[in-house]
Design a protein around this ligand. Sequence first.
Ligand code: PHE
Ligand code: ZN
Length: 856
Amino acid sequence: MTAATGPDSTAQQTFYLKDYTPFGFEVDSVDLTFRLAPNATRVISRIHFTPKADAADPQFFLHGEKLKLISASIDGVAVTPDVTPEGLVCTTPDTAFLWEAEVEIDPAGNTALEGLYMSNGMYCTQCEAEGFRKITYYPDRPDVMSTFTVRIEADEEVLLSNGNPVSQGAGTAEWHDPWPKPAYLFALVAGDLVNHPDTFTTKSGRAVELNIWVRPGDEDKCAFGMDALKKSMTWDEQAYGREYDLDIFNIVAVDDFNMGAMENKGLNIFNSSCVLASPETSTDANFERIEAIIAHEYFHNWTGNRITCRDWFQLCLKEGLTVFRDAQFTSDMRSAPVKRISDVIDLRARQFPEDQGPLSHPVRPEEFQEINNFYTATIYEKGAEVIGMLKRLVGDEAYSRALDLYFERHDGQACTIEDWLKVFEDTTGRDLSQFKRWYSQAGTPRLKVDEAYDDGTYTLTFEQDTAPTPGQPQKDPRVIPIAIGLLNDNGDEVLPTTVLEMTEAKQVFEFKDLASKPVPSILREFSAPVVLERETSNAERAFLLAHDSDPFNQWEAGNSLARASRLSMVKTGSAPDPAYLDALQKLLRDDTLDPAFRALMLQPPSQSDIAQALFEDGTVPDPQKIDDAAETFAMTLAQQLADSLPRLYAATTVDGPYSPDATSAGKRALNGRILSLLTRLDGGDAAARQFASADNMTQQYSALASLMKAEKGETQSIAFFEQWQADRLVMDKWFALQVACASPDRAAGIAADLTRHPLFTLKNPNRFRAVMGALAGHHAGFHHASGAGYSLLAENLIALDKLNPQTTARMCTAFQTWKRYDSDRQSLIKAQLQRIATSGGLSRDTNEMVSRILNA
Ligand code: PHE
Ligand code: ZN
């Protein structure tokens, strides 16, 4: 036998879509009793199974991990199953039978935060994707659906589970969920919690009790979340005709949570950072995110819960659709263009690097080792983009009929992407087999555009090409909806937005009877997740920035000017492009434009984006030079605006009582950008005054960030710490800011010091992400030539993996872009990846991630 010394992908089991086999038994009902105790909780299960007559796999296999089996019986007769670390196998009767088992688990010792665990003294669960098997023996797969009855026995005051309450007594509660569900939607909470109650009446008249449950002291941070929940319930009724289907809807805030939130049936569990909000402790960005996540989890009740996934390869079926729905909601509640632009910024920052690197995978993957590693930007965000394209191709009206059919046809089922596409085919008569490549082919298509104008006819020639991705050397052309508009020299639209449907590798589109050569506005609203390649000039970009009627492309024109300018600054050491500086100044002062939009225009391209652009251009990116260029640009802009900055700052300051609404938030976003410029010139006076007088976190935080970035915030940083040290969520901001605002030379050192801070802990994912996520996001600091950033992250990942594999594995993505950089940095990163790989006892999660990244 050879010792396991490194990541060896063959050593771990791989699961394949093609191997799908249904479970050989129906689960008629599930009855669970929990006797809660921190280190020795007993779970008693009584489950009725019926063997399927034509089962392809007749074996009675139940998943189970880290369970102590106390007893098992079938129809009341004790049995001795074959138990392995993954589960058990048992001989069973040919007809319906009752399986009973008692197991013991250790919630207090569960630091992986998967299954039943304890957070801050309360019991809670996280079962998606495969956490239920850490609670009891069960066919833990999403296509096995059943009704659950749950009895909880515990000392805690509040005892919650899915569905409707059946009975409540001293130290005990019973819940029944009438809707059949897979085990990943199971949830249980027990704690001394307090609630923020409300009610909602559905459009057909069902009275629903709503609660947000929190730890005592947090009850004043629930009102905004409750309001978002009610808005979401109303919106889903109006936009999709979907009503809530239980008598009660509970949300619980938990401090230790690997993800944002979880859509358990009738009992959503939230990372407290994604639900608790107050003006004093939350920024505008926090409020917006909370509203979106509450909506997302609520919308899952139909897209995920009532209709779920057949297997985990189909994860995008619920996630892509639910992200798409929550984006529609946010667009309706706030500004649609601002939401679209923000989403594209996010897609390019997170999904594009994933799709163009070693972790690239299809929206519907065909294999995995650890499903937890596939809760990715590709499944979620690209999954949502694919639905946006589908909607654009079939039109709004057909989209809505297709969705009605989807709900009608598949309610109560566990479905596949084939089922999803079929409702669109049946609704529209379209053949979507080529469109399906968006689900099966990984990689971001590059779309090259050439143009010609001759005698009144304007011709656009598009060519699409997708680079090979791991396991997929060959790509076929996809269906790409390309929304375009044409402008004449005066900036008038001569062709309003039109959707071209590209299906070939190379395709020509002609536009006749044009008096002069038009200026094209291509990929309006970002109609497809592709990289557009087109020879253009800064003059044309500036023209579109001034005249494009499509807000996305107007922003995109400014963004591409910014990128072009930044690239030439880095490559040739040139000064910032004066034409772009000029255009920015005009925009900044243009009061006819939405302040939130202007704030986005002022947001510089991310340094990681610039690195990727340089790399694609054949230039090895130098992170320090990229940072220098960003600094030079900001300083130049500040100096050019010097005379008007104080006035602009005053004019955009939002006075009066704080309100998190989109309009005020947009104004504050613009004001924050102006403040950061002003702080470069005024010695920090305005920011210090804002910090001292702020009555809300948005203004306090933006003042502190500006000061710290200018290395003038030492006193304020200490004051902030003193003021907020008892508030975990605000302290996460403080930790993150220390790293994010540090100079590239100091970022890793400061992060290292913070890991020794008394308030730092590996046990809380939010705190870990505050420090390590900020380091990974500090481009020049993380990629510092010393390699200190790489080794600090590796050291902490090795430590965290012993406690929490999921969060460790997710943070390995910080290394996914390593092939962009110079050979010195590549060897430094490779050494750290190998160090993690050989650290011993690596989790399956982290092992898979590190091997995939190393095999680039
Ligand atoms: N299903 C959750 C969501 O998207 C995400 C999640 C996945 C949470 C896995 C926890 C664990 O809303
Ligand atoms: Zn989701």
